[in-house]
Design a protein around this ligand. Structure first.
Ligand SMILES: [Zn+2]
Length: 59
């Protein structure tokens, strides 16, 4: 299964779609992207919020 996260789903003007095989890997990849591209450090609250926006690929 592949999961994906769209920056746009959390209201960020960014077309990035991050994909990974597991939710854990996805959160790490999204955190790295957020830090590099958005200058945002994901705290636990933001991680919980981001997880609610994770989609299964193909939906
Ligand atoms: Zn982004």
């Amino acid at each position: 299964m592949t999961v994906e996260f769209h920056c746009q789903d959390v209201g960020v003007a960014c077309k990035k779609v991050t994909r990974a095989d597991t939710a854990e890997e996805l959160v790490e990849a999204v955190a790295a992207h957020a830090r590099r591209k958005h200058g945002v450090e994901l705290n636990p609250t933001l991680v919980d919020y981001a997880i609610t926006k994770v989609r299964s690929s193909g939906e």
